[in-house]
Design a protein around this ligand. Sequence first.
Ligand code: NAD
Ligand code: UGA
Length: 461
Amino acid sequence: MKNICCIGAGYVGGPSMAVIALNCPELIVNVVDINFQKIDDWNSDDLSRLPVFEPGLDKVLEKCRGKNLFFSTEVEKNISKADIIFISVNTPTKTIGLGKGYASDLKWIESSARQIAKFARNHTIVVEKSTLPVRTAETIKNILESSEEISDFGMLKEPKSFSIVSNPEFLAEGSAINDLQNPDRVLIGGEDEESIEKVSSIYKSWIDSDKIITTNLWSSELSKLVANAFLAQRISSVNSISALCELTGANIKEVTLAIGKDKRIGEKFLKPGPGFGGSCFKKDILNLVYLCNYYGLYQVADYWEQIVKINSWQQERISSIVIKSLFGTLSNKKLAILGFSFKANTNDTRESPSIAISKNLLKEGSQLNFYDPKVNKDAILKEFHENKYNEKLNVCETALDAAKGTDAIIVLTEWEEFHNLNWKLIFQVMRKPAWVFDSRNYLDTDYLRNIGFKVWTLGQS
Ligand code: NAD
Ligand code: UGA
């Protein structure tokens, strides 16, 4: 076992393969993608151009890229050389057809499987790294097995065989390198011991064996969806209580501190906010809802769907609070949006709460100035492409620029630098009364009030 190929050089494929290459210098790791620009960026000498911003990723690439880690668009060639192929392609929610709005769109998985079926040689272990509906391995197996003996021309060809292993990824963006280096667990599901052992042996190069959990294929596939559903459930739970705090005089920070000290509940993942974003929580829960409905478990489906509904409600709720606080209208008002990524320490904007909240504010007639330390202008403007709002949008180089002439600042991403802004100067350049809406409940509200701001903080009255 020497050659690894990963199909998909995205947020998961890039960092996860970089960390394998770092810890397994004896392996050759080829990450392939059909997106030429992305591969160019992965190969760029300028490490600030990497397609994924992750703290520590540049250091890992400096050590392995060009030695045992390669990024390429040569999908076929690298598939044919590989002993193990990780499939790490996108699996978004379907936007058309059967299951639209809920089921995962597996067209990229299918096309990867077909490419593997065609170009793989001898025996190949195919690893599902993407997050998939339970029983997807069956589909992949069908595609692969149909190529095992018969060639395109109906002739017997060089024998090839496949084993399928599920190895979902649990990294979180912004802490991906640390999560990959020190995971809570590695999950490997499969049907044959030898393939499970081969995949385990990669991870055993840097991870203790007792952190490697092996299961059957279906438990592994389902566990990934369930882990994300449980995590998202905590956020919707805490966000629902943030609304109750605002009406009762309780403080969500104090409530989460009090409940989190109970070890059975735990302190992590209890931060209130403008709702979860990111490419996965919503799509994975919707996928779970689809699966439950598919299997006739309608009450179970409704239970999980509520997590997504509360998430959208939180964003509507915050938008309404901004509008009501600014005298019920945003016409001819300029607002500053601080933070566009779905969380701090990433440049990823997929499903960012900033998108939904900004759209709500635009509908009320406001102009918006944006500032995010890592998200570039194009990435922000592309979210509003269809909405004909272009003349109302302005992307700024600094938070101070974004604040100029605005009535309110809405902090939507918890970037560390927002703590240390020159808030006194910001106050001076704003129209009065000057508002700060802290949707993450993390700024020093007393300090801001002393400067003269009117302040609304999530989960406090
Ligand atoms: P991504 O969109 O960043 O990357 C996927 C890449 O696959 C794209 O660059 C795309 O061009 C490429 N691709 C698609 N079809 C291809 C093909 N046939 N051949 C070659 N390349 C192809 O997606 P991502 O965020 O890396 O997520 C990938 C999977 O991992 C998803 O299933 C996601 O649910 C799961 N996941 C994501 C995260 C995360 O933090 N983003 C964490 C855990 C799991
Ligand atoms: C999440 C999971 O944490 C990972 O384990 C999983 O692998 C990944 O999804 C995936 O499958 O894609 P990620 O979306 O990168 O990772 O980031 P999280 O840290 O989970 O944050 C998700 C969203 O929840 C963010 O918008 C964040 O601001 C929000 N959040 C998180 C809160 O509002 N409160 C919290 O306490 C934690």
